[in-house]
Design a protein around this ligand. Structure first.
Ligand code: VGL
Ligand code: ZN
Length: 207
């Protein structure tokens, strides 16, 4: 059975938010339409404590975009974003959630970031998403949301390594694009890793 995984469609990743993804709001109506095609939907939510180690503000003399060693993992530093309980951590107000089966929070441990909806970046912490999907007889996942080059990409790659047949819906994602070609490089990496890459219309009108 198939599932839709909606990654991090939260206010802080929308234009006007703390870690705004260009055009991030434009995927919301697309994802709402896609949800009509799925009976099994889960969402992930970036959910950081205020002291999170990925925030530049929590390291003296460090700026957003610089790298640090965070507990042995190379970590790019971000603006403060998706702090637990804040407005910025809430899902976009227009995103439909009436069919969601569960929400998986990630990035809750101060000393490790978690781009993937499945595992922390050091692969130690497990959100429980993989076991949850398998318990519910899901063997195929479709991934959309924010951001293509971070949380979507790592969620897609982990889905593949967890054995799910994995499709990413390219135009139901947008990228942070710290470097100009990050979006296309992320798409290539997911495709080379074994993901099928499609446009939303393929699912909306041809399935
Ligand atoms: C994300 C950077 C930091 C994402 C989350 O959802 O792609 N990116 N935290
Ligand atoms: Zn984050």
């Amino acid at each position: 059975m198939k599932a839709l995984i909606i990654v991090d469609v939260q206010n802080d990743f929308i234009p006007g938010g703390a870690l705004a993804v260009n055009e991030g709001d434009q995927i919301v109506p697309v994802i709402n339409e896609l949800q009509q095609k799925f009976d099994f939907i889960v969402a992930t939510q970036d959910w950081h404590p205020a002291e999170h180690g990925s925030f530049a503000a929590n390291h003296s003399q460090k700026s957003v975009g610089e790298f640090i060693d965070l507990n042995g993992v190379n970590q790019i530093l971000w603006p403060v974003h998706c702090v637990q309980g804040s407005k910025g951590a809430e899902f976009h107000p227009d995103l439909k959630n009436d069919k969601w089966k569960a929400i998986f929070k990630k990035g809750t441990h101060r000393k490790v970031d978690s781009y993937s909806g499945f595992f922390d970046n050091n692969k130690q912490g497990d959100t429980g998403l993989s076991a949850y999907l398998k318990e519910n007889d899901i063997d195929e996942v479709f991934v959309c949301g924010l951001a293509t080059d971070y949380c979507v990409k790592f969620t897609v790659l982990d889905a593949i390594s967890e054995g799910f047949k994995t499709t990413m819906i390219a135009d139901a994602t947008r990228a942070v694009n710290i470097n100009e070609n990050d979006y296309i490089h992320a798409i290539e990496e997911m495709a080379q890793g074994g993901a099928k890459v499609v446009l939303a219309e393929e699912i909306l009108y041809f399935s």
